[in-house]
Design a protein around this ligand. Structure first.
Ligand code: B12
Length: 213
């Protein structure tokens, strides 16, 4: 059976081959980040998770693969580009949450659409998130959560950030959103995004509303 492109990418990640992984991505006919993230990076990392869960690869293999994935993602970041002053977003993982590759992709997609973004990565305690949000006043605050034991703090993040005077839109994403009903945590104050397609749809609708307003 022919192996898929996502499997090929997963193999390059697992071989720890930064250069080949980068070449593989550069050679893709469709360079749209949304497509690369949805069809290649995400399934490649999910596959690595399955191999890990089934003991077919070790923790060391998984760490190596994560490092290469992170490297390639960083290389895809925009270093310049036109930014709109009125489209600011900040992204981070809840306290305790180490799975940051997903929200790094989301940050990159917003950047590509002209947003000025601040990406804070893993495990950002609420008090520091709040401080930064008060300074930056982003229209969008994106939170990521992947592990169930990190969920209890979610409600508090949403409640606190939604109460900011400039009323940002709060987005919740991450592996758990597809698996569980997180509405009770969102408390009608945040929007739950289940995957990249929904993220793109939300972004397009948000932009359209602003143009019409
Ligand atoms: C790499 C990895 C790690 C790395 C993380 C590296 C990093 N820098 O991110 C490390 C080694 C740190 C790690 C640690 C752990 N991990 Co881990 N990890 C993974 C793995 C293999 C890949 C994660 C990943 O990058 N996925 C790809 C991204 C792109 O997917 P994603 O996060 O879902 O994001 C997408 C969407 O959800 C969305 N999205 C994400 N965030 C946001 C935010 C917003 C605002 C929006 C709009 C959208 C959005 O966009 C993304 C693009 O498609 C997964 C397997 C898997 N199925 O995901 C296991 C997995 C998540 N880990 C798991 C476990 C158990 C752990 C540990 C508990 C292991 C341990 N015993 O220590 C720890 C917990 C650490 C912690 N406190 O968070 C389990 C969870 C199982 C469960 N039942 O909860 C998994 C599923 C592996 C498995 N199959 O068993 N892990």
């Amino acid at each position: 059976m022919a192996i898929s492109d996502a499997e090929k990418l997963a193999r390059l990640f697992l071989e720890g081959d930064h250069a080949e992984a980068m070449n593989f991505i550069k050679q893709q006919p469709n360079q749209d980040k949304m497509v690369l993230f949805r069809d290649l990076f995400t399934p490649a990392m999910y596959l690595i998770g399955d191999l890990w869960e089934n003991n077919e690869i070790s923790v060391a293999d998984e760490h190596l693969a994560t490092g290469v994935c992170d490297f390639v993602l960083s290389r895809l970041f925009l270093v310049s580009g036109e930014k709109s002053v009125n489209k600011k977003a900040m992204f981070f993982c809840l306290q305790g949450e180490e799975h940051y590759l997903g929200i790094k992709m989301i940050n990159s997609l917003f950047q590509e659409k002209g947003w000025e973004t601040k990406y804070y990565g893993a495990s950002l305690p609420l008090e520091y998130a709040l401080k930064s949000a008060l300074q930056l006043k982003p229209q969008v605050i994106g939170l990521s959560v992947s592990i169930v034991y990190n969920l209890p703090v979610l409600k508090n993040y949403v409640r606190t950030l939604a109460a900011l005077p400039h009323k940002p839109s709060i987005l919740i994403g991450g592996r758990l959103t597809e698996k569980y009903d997180l509405e009770p945590y969102a408390n009608n104050q945040a929007i739950i995004i289940k995957n990249l397609n929904q993220a793109e749809q939300w972004l397009n609708e948000y932009t359209e509303k602003r143009i019409n307003a």
